[in-house]
Design a protein around this ligand. Structure first.
Ligand code: PBG
Length: 324
């Protein structure tokens, strides 16, 4: 007798019956950029199909995403001015704060997540304050806390610290609780690698560091045990959800973190992963939509519950049969 696995691949109906992993619009979180002083929107050249939005335009975009079944957005801000400490990041009239309020006013049910980090707001482009030429951990914590509180005041449902300072989840949780924001959740970028795949994002968010790199705070791509340590620390410090970033080159890490965590696990399919697919698609070298769906599925199969992805809208269109 021959064992014949192909029997279960014979028809579409049978394949559907035995399918182990599924992807839904509900798994997707759309990253959006909001920029001060814009009229409507401007394209991000290194990320075809992505834009920097004005506050009004971001509300319209969020409405479209919501109508497609996407439950959440994560916001990144490009402020009116940058300085050494990133002070526009915790201004109550800051660009992200205004976008959060506007989206919540128009779409109260949509989950609004904010990226909490200083790199888009500092004139040197690092994710923390510089003391004696180095990114100072504990001085940065105070500023991240201010930013998280200000986002919460604007109406954010979830704050997402992405800076990779030590102790930030405990610091943010404590501060939110003491300001009566006990209902604001924390999605921790717990495992974030110092990756070359962030290139297009830094272009989109104008956040490339002026000197040096982020290797003294983001993780070394060679390390896996350290990822488990980082994930465990953030679970212990009170994160509600944790994230691995980037996604595709770190599917093994997603799987390993999944195995030690009881929290919802997110993965960030980052700008470089998006840009590669778009570039090859434009050249006619791959079928972009099929590659997109296979990529997203692989991230779920690895163990992620949620995917932050610039493909959110396009994938939701495919999933809902409303292809644009
Ligand atoms: C830092 C931050 C970065 C991304 C999300 N939050 C960039 C970085 O660490 O340089 C990258 C996301 C992407 O590449 O899509 N605030």
């Amino acid at each position: 007798m021959i064992i014949r696995p192909r029997r279960l691949r014979r028809t579409a109906a049978i394949r559907e019956m035995v399918r182990e992993t599924s992807l839904s619009q509900k798994d997707l979180i759309a990253p959006l950029f909001v920029k001060y002083g814009l009229k409507e929107k401007e394209p991000v050249s290194s990320m075809p199909g992505q834009y920097r939005f004005s506050v009004d335009a971001i509300v319209n975009e969020a409405k479209e995403l919501w109508a497609l079944g996407i439950p959440a957005v994560i916001l990144f801000g490009l402020p009116d001015k940058k300085d050494a400490t990133g002070s526009r990041s915790w201004a109550d009239d800051g660009i992200v704060q205004r976008a959060v309020s506007a989206i919540k006013e128009n779409l109260p049910e949509m989950a609004v997540i904010t990226d909490v980090c200083l790199c888009e707001y500092t004139d040197h482009g690092h994710c923390g304050v510089i003391v004696n030429g180095e990114v100072d951990n504990d001085a940065t914590l105070e500023l991240l806390v201010r930013q998280a509180i200000s986002h919460s005041r604007a109406g954010a449902d979830i704050v997402a610290p992405s800076d990779m300072m030590d102790g930030r989840i405990a610091a943010v949780r404590k501060a939110l609780d003491s300001e009566d924001f006990t209902n604001v959740g924390i999605l921790s970028y717990a495992v974030k690698y110092a990756s070359a795949f962030y290139g297009p994002f830094r272009d989109a968010a104008e956040s490339t560091p002026l000197f040096g790199d982020r290797k003294s705070y983001q993780m070394d791509p060679s390390n896996a045990l350290e990822a488990l340590k980082e994930a465990q620390l953030d679970m212990d410090e009170g994160a509600d959800m944790i994230m691995v970033k980037p996604a595709l080159p770190y599917l093994d890490i997603i799987r390993r973190v999944r195995e030690i965590s009881m929290l919802p696990l997110a993965a960030y399919n980052v700008s470089g992963e998006y840009a590669m697919v778009k570039a090859a698609e434009q050249k006619g070298w791959i079928d972009g939509k099929k590659v997109m769906m296979e990529m997203l599925l692989s991230v779920k199969r690895a163990g992620a519950d949620l995917i932050l992805t610039y493909f959110a809208k396009e994938a939701a269109q495919v999933l809902s049969g409303k292809e644009g």
